[in-house]
Structure formats: C-alpha cells, structure tokens
Ligand binder design. Sequence first.
Ligand code: PLP
Length: 375
Amino acid sequence: MNLDTLVPDYVRCFQAYVPSRPDHLLMREYGAPLLYRLNNNENPLGPPPAASREIASFPPELAAVYPSGDSFELREALGNRLGISPERILVGNGSCEVISSVIKAFCQPGDNIVTADKTFAVYEWVAEFSGIQAHLVPLRDHAFDPQGMLDRIDNRTKIIFVCNPNNPTGSYWTGQLLTDFLERVGSERIVVVDEAYREFVEDEEYPDGVSLMERFPNLVVFRTFSKMYALAGLRTGYLVGSDRVVEVVRRTSVVYSVNVQAQRAALAALSDDGGHIAATRALVRESRAYLRTACDDLGLETVIGEGNYLMIRVPINDMLMYRRLMKRGMMVRSMTGFRYPGWIRVTLKEMEVMTRFAQALGAEIAAIRSRGRTS
Ligand SMILES: *Cc1c(COP(=O)(O)O)cnc(C)c1O
C-alpha cells in the first residue's frame, strides 16, 4: 500500500489535533491529586434543571431506536423561540459538524475561506483538510478587523467566518459594525457569524445575527448547546440561515448525526433556560472581576472581553506554564496553538475554583520571579 499516492496532499500535510487524555492519566502523569479543567469553556453549573432531569430519566428503550433524522421537535422549538420557520434551522453533532457541512456545501478545490488568524481554529482546520485554502487575517487590537478581512476577499472566496464574540479574545462586533461589513461584502459570498458565546453577552449593542437575515440572505449563524447550556458532552449545535442557503447545506450534512438523548436534553434545556442563564451570567461576572483583579495584583497583562474565559500573558513559555499549572491540578489552554505564544486562556468557573487557580498562578509567578532575581 502506497499511502503517498493514496492520500491527497492536503491531508498528508495536515497535522491531526491531539485531544487531551482522560483525567486519571493526566493526574498520574503530573502527580496532581485533583484536576480542574479550565481549558474548554465549560459551564460549571451543569445543564438547566429540566435538561438534567431529562438526562437522568432517559428511557433505555429509546437507545434502540433511531432518533429523528433532522431533530424535528428541537427545530420546532428553536423556530418558535427565534420566530422563524424550522426549515431554516439545521442541527448538527455540535456546531463543529455544521462548520464542515457549510464548507462542503459551498467550497471546491481552489476556493478559499477568509477568517482571523487568532480565533476558533476549526474553520481553518476543516478548510485545510478539505483542500480549501484558509486566508487568515491578523486581529487588530485583539479583535476581528473588518477592513483587513475585506481586503483578503478574492474571486475564489466563498465563505467568511466571523467569531462573535471571538474565542479567545472575547471581542465582538456591534450591530453597526456587522451590518456595515455585510453591506460591503455584498451578496455573492456566505458570511458565517459564530455565536457560540452569545448567551454570555449582556451588551445591548451586541447584534442578533438571526434578525439580520432578511436583509442579508447570505448570512449564516452558528449557535451551540455546549457552552451556556452545558451540554458539551452530548454534542448539539445548529445553524440558522435563509431558506435557500439551508436547503443547500442540508445536502452535505449527515442524517441521524444528532443522537436522541442530545435532542431531548436540548429541547428540555430550551424550555428552562431563564434562571440558568441569569445564574451563569452572575457566576461569570463575579469570577471575571475576581480574576482580573488577581492578575492586576500579580502585574500580569490580560485580554478580557465577553464569554466565559479570559486570556493571561505569562512570563514564560505557555506550554511550560501549562505543565507547571498541571502539577498544581489546574488545566488551562496554552495559546501557542491559537498563535498567541506566551498566553494562556482560562475558563471562568465558580469562585472556589477561581481562588484556587489564582493561588496556583500566584505561586508559579512568584517562583519564576525569585529564580529570575537569583540567577
Ligand atoms: C466551543 C465553541 C463552539 C462549539 O462547538 P460545539 O461543536 O457546538 O461543541 C463553536 N464555536 C466556538 C467559537 C467555540 O468556542
């Protein structure tokens, strides 16, 4: 077997993502008695109560039966909530799956996508292992740069991905900025706005992508149940687009990819999210303020925006800092992979965990600085 002739160049050149190993293996490797995962922006409150009850009482006989192939009831409920036809919604196995469906639907070899260099990397990865070029535009002041993005569009650009708010910087475009951008892009390309963290944003200037679609039928919005709704383990996300766009994307998406328990839990979560969203926002607000002050006190630079995460600049290599924090049971995201060498991203969790994290970080910073003085 000659894999060199079998495998397309763009797959041969692509480096697979390495997921983190299970907690018990990591704890053994780093000699940590406990492990707090502050690396994936998960919600420590868990799912809304109705979703938790739904998961706990899942009838095993349903596992034997195929789920709705197009998440029928979940789309009905989402359509009601958003005031749109359920036909305009496509549910996927996490919003990561719908990224792939959109790229397959619109791009062929030679085409390209445009996005930022320091953002959620899945847009870039799916494009590249599919043989589609990713044009990466540098952030400007840690935010998506509309003019820079417009300048990188060429006649083979099919999709523009905007992460709003951006993971990892938390920056976001206001309604005015987004509308201006859509107007200047025109209607011959798809613009995807990834709103994975939209439920965390409290600013009134933050735009609702779905309400802009009447004016901009080339706009597609991604949302997820993984973050605010705390259903990351069940993998459910969705896109919203205009009828014609969704009709095309549906052709390239996998039927039955969303499992029955995920559909039921997401439906329940949606019916019971008021108190949950308020409680999560309050938790994130308090933890963000606390960690901001803790970093200021340590003299560490931060990038803090919306979303349940923030970035900290550390005085040593970020991979090294990752390992040192792991020994103290704190798992953060080292940011070299996001093209932010020397930075870590930390998920905002409950205060008890944040105070432990601040202690661990403070101890490491003190050790680094005292070593610097004596050497
Ligand atoms: C976490 C995240 C997602 C969600 O991915 P799922 O596949 O729905 O879990 C999408 N976009 C961004 C920017 C994210 O950070």
